[in-house]
Design a protein around this ligand. Structure first.
Ligand code: XMP
Length: 513
């Protein structure tokens, strides 16, 4: 366990995860728990400080989410953000009321520069507000440390206790010096130092894995993506050849992908790898199937069957290592308007069932995606895998819309490779969350030379996203779009029309099926 810890208690804000990320960026370990967390569990976690997140509710409503007031007896620094501040004020008998002039978005605060929370900052400061309530009367012994024209208590501090509240959101980038404010809290108020680095994480995890595994054997299902690759590398460092990796080529991978993974692991990283080929079985089962959920299920079942076969052949194993990330395990808060739990279940497809009977090792459970990437770099994972775009478990099967056949897969694979190549050549690959091609189940008319064609249409999709939950389409330069379209139409036999998808998520999704 990391010895200096911050706890973020979540009241259901859209930006709670960002608080966690900012604290981690300050190199201090932190976890995000629901505001309902049991006080004894909190005591056992022994955080150096607590940050209370924002949330959609108002403290004066009868069913407003209320944390245990015993938090205030723990004797540790507390920072309340927005709703978190209002909870603090309400609990300590101050007054919170609807604001006559609500402040949403950008605002300027005048700060008290000698306040520890604002150490090193000048006044005024640009911040981002998002709440309809404000502090009318702070509790006894609190004084304002920042004000705006509409909010005389834009930030408050207790005169003797290390308790702070801010009406704005320091965790979002629109609060220009928000990171400095959070650093002031974790370093100055909580006394933490920036010691939580990936190198220290590796040391701690390697020791923990060795202690847990002993001389037993671990199996890792490699997908070729960054998460499972990082897990494999970390385990290999900890237990060497007690680790076996299985990579299932389900036939739905992108051009050259299977070879690339096999080469990277065997020849470059020197990690033994079993490659299992289930392409033919998948293609046979997918014949005539057009329903996307059925495709997902068939591929999922075949994956498990293949995995089971290979495990029996290479086993027995005691543990299964998986690349579960922190956003998958954060307990979501049952607050109105928080639909994240429902949206997410869909993304965990490809997980292996419990009945395989393994104990799970999930060394990335505490990490965000960008931290997993950083860990990969630290462990020497090649950049082409570290920076790789996310790719769905069912692979190209859900990008060949309608029936998946060998021919249609080959067409999509070629078009997709051109998209990847052009995005990389333009130097945009690392700025984009996902870039890919989708083959539509429609034929369109065209002319090539003197002949009429009646061929497939494809869609190019490029999105920006932080976590796949929401996404925006990327405004690619027109020359680049033109080059991609031209190359696909000229070089890919079977496609005569290219469209660009300009749908954001929501209301769209990233994938087409
Ligand atoms: P959507 O299409 O729901 O996708 O906006 C969000 C993210 O999840 C990936 N995705 C999947 N990943 N199995 C997976 O492992 C799936 O069935 C699946 N469907 C979508 C998608 O590529 C994006 O990153």
């Amino acid at each position: 366990m990391h010895d200096q810890r911050i706890l973020v208690l979540d009241f259901g804000s859209q930006t709670t995860q960002l608080i966690g990320r900012r604290v981690r960026e300050a190199r201090v370990y932190c976890e995000i728990w629901p505001y309902t967390a049991d006080i004894e569990r909190i005591r056992a976690f022994a955080p150096r400080g607590i940050i209370l997140s924002g949330g959609p509710a108002s403290v004066y409503e009868h069913d407003a989410p209320m944390a245990d007031p015993v938090l205030l007896d723990l004797g540790i620094p507390i920072l309340g953000i927005c709703y978190g501040m209002q909870w603090l004020v309400h609990t300590l008998k101050g007054e919170v009321a609807p604001s006559a002039r609500r402040e949403f978005g950008r605002a300027e605060i005048e700060i008290q520069r000698d306040a520890p929370l604002f150490a090193g900052l000048t006044t005024p400061q640009r911040v981002w507000m998002s709440h309809g309530d404000r502090i009318e009367t702070p509790p006894a012994h609190f004084h304002p440390i920042a004000t705006t024209a509409n909010a005389p208590f834009a930030a408050i501090a207790h005169e003797s206790q290390p308790w702070f509240g801010v009406q704005f959101h320091p965790e979002v980038v629109h609060t220009l010096n928000g990171t400095a404010m959070l650093e002031n809290f974790v370093y100055r108020a909580c006394g933490c130092s920036p010691t939580w680095t990936m190198a220290s994480f590796i040391d701690t995890e390697v020791a923990a894995i060795r202690a847990r595994v002993g001389n037993r054997r671990v199996l890792c299902a490699l997908s070729g993506g960054v998460d499972s690759s990082v897990v494999a590398l970390l385990l290999h460092r900890a237990i060497g050849d007690q680790l076996t990796c299985i990579f299932v080529d389900n036939g739905m991978l992108r051009a050259g992908e299977a070879e690339q993974v096999a080469t990277a692991f065997r020849d470059y990283l020197h990690i033994p790898l079993v490659v299992a080929d289930s392409a033919a079985r998948n293609l046979d089962q997918l014949a005539g199937v057009t329903d996307p959920e059925k495709k997902r299920k068939l591929i999922g079942h075949e994956f498990i069957a293949t995995f089971r076969r290979e495990t029996e052949r290479a086993g027995p194993f005691d543990f299964l290592a998986q690349g579960t990330l922190y956003p998958d395990v954060i307990e979501s808060v049952p607050v109105r308007g928080n639909a994240s739990a429902i949206i997410k279940s869909h993304h965990n497809v490809g997980g292996l069932p419990e009945e395989l009977g393994f104990e799970l090792i999930e060394p990335l459970r505490e990490l965000f995606k960008d931290e997993a990437r950083e860990l990969g770099r630290e462990l020497g994972l090649p950049e082409e895998i570290v920076g790789r775009h996310p790719f769905p478990g069912p692979g190209l099967a859900i990008r060949v819309l309608g029936e998946v056949t060998r021919e249609r897969l080959a067409i999509l694979r070629q078009a997709d490779a051109l998209v990847q190549e052009e995005i990389r050549t333009a130097g945009l690959y690392d700025q984009i969350w996902q870039a890919f091609a989708v083959l539509l189940p429609v034929h369109t008319v065209g002319v090539m030379g003197d002949a009429r064609t009646f061929e497939n249409a494809c869609v190019v999709r490029c999105v920006h996203s932080k976590d796949g939950m929401t996404a925006d389409w990327v405004e690619l330069p027109h020359e680049l779009l033109a080059r991609i379209a031209n190359r696909i139409i000229n070089e890919v036999r079977g496609i005569n029309r290219v469209c660009y998808d300009i749908t954001s998520k929501p209301p769209g999704t990233i994938e087409w099926e």
